[in-house]
Design a protein around this ligand. Structure first.
Ligand code: OGA
Ligand code: MN
Length: 285
């Protein structure tokens, strides 16, 4: 029997009593989907999964994405993106610097991702304490808490997201190879509504973020910068945030419409971090 332990924060819940290596029956699966939509971030501890099982469970939600950076996918598994600081044979085995700013995955595409399913294989530790936490912010709660006049002001507006903004911003670790022209062509700038109805719950979500949003359409740049800065400062206030402390074997799912996330790079080799992500295809807002 499945049970739930809600975090004391605006979002986040642990689901207990499920072994994801044994395909959950349909009823259990539907319960998981409902809990995910409700709590926005859900996680299962102590899971032991093969890459095949990770992919198979993810596929039950629908189509999976193949990331634009094939250099950071798990060899033989184009659906699995590796997030890691590990170097093997002189080469990074995954993305060394994923998400060190607030963002949601694939918000720079015309059809942003529905959600990401993240499996923690190795969590860095210091003096017994885990490092490399990830923060999640609830975009439904952040929307609800906006002043009424701001809600009205931004509700009809659209903003532009650019993959290149985040790709080239200052990085704390590692150096990324320059994108090829072919990779760049795959990720042209896109325009999305600043406020988006969640495709399953209908709740309104703020859909601009620090990492990728470059401007608000219809405003001059100074006005756009000012309004964007105001919204960005609001949406990641501590009261909207859940901070996950990872354990080896955690399997955590976040919703890329109702949440944003930000990684904390407070570890370095020989403290190893090895995480694997599948990414669900989503609908255009
Ligand atoms: C990601 C990401 C955060 C982390 O994989 O999409 O942003 O803590 N990762 O590794
Ligand atoms: Mn991310």
């Amino acid at each position: 029997m499945l049970s739930v332990q809600k975090a004391s924060t605006a979002l986040g819940a642990e689901i207990l009593g499920v072994d994801l290596s044994k395909e959950p029956d349909e009823r259990t699966f539907q319960q998981i989907v409902e809990l995910w939509h409700k709590h926005e971030v859900v996680f299962f501890r102590n899971q032991t999964l093969t890459p095949e099982q990770h992919v198979a469970f993810s596929r039950r939600f629908g189509e999976l994405e193949h990331h634009v950076r094939t250099d950071v996918c798990k060899p033989g598994y184009p659906e699995i993106l590796v997030v890691s600081n590990i170097i093997e044979n002189g080469k990074p085995i995954g993305s060394q610097d994923a998400g060190l700013f607030w963002h949601s995955d694939l918000c720079y595409k015309a059809e942003p991702s529905r959600g990401s399913l993240f499996y923690a294989r190795e969590v860095p530790r210091k003096d017994g304490e885990p490092l490399g936490d990830t923060m999640f912010a609830s975009m439904t709660t952040a929307f609800d808490a906006l002043p009424e006049n701001t809600k009205k002001r931004i509700s009809g507006l659209k903003a532009v997201n650019s993959y290149l903004k985040a790709y080239h911003c200052d990085r704390k670790s590692g150096q990324r190879p320059p994108l090829t022209e072919e990779q760049k062509k795959k990720v042209p700038d896109v325009e999305h509504p600043m406020i988006r109805a969640h495709p399953f719950t209908g709740r309104k979500c703020v859909f601009v973020n620090e990492g990728y949003t470059i401007r608000i359409n219809g405003l001059d740049q100074a006005e756009s910068d000012k309004l964007l800065a105001e919204i960005l400062a609001h949406i990641t206030k501590p009261e909207f945030v859940y901070r996950h402390k990872w354990q080896d074997g955690d399997f955590l799912m976040w919703d890329n419409c109702s949440t944003q996330h930000c990684a904390i790079a407070d570890y370095s080799l020989p403290q190893r971090r090895l995480m694997e992500r599948t990414t669900l295809r989503g609908l255009a807002p």
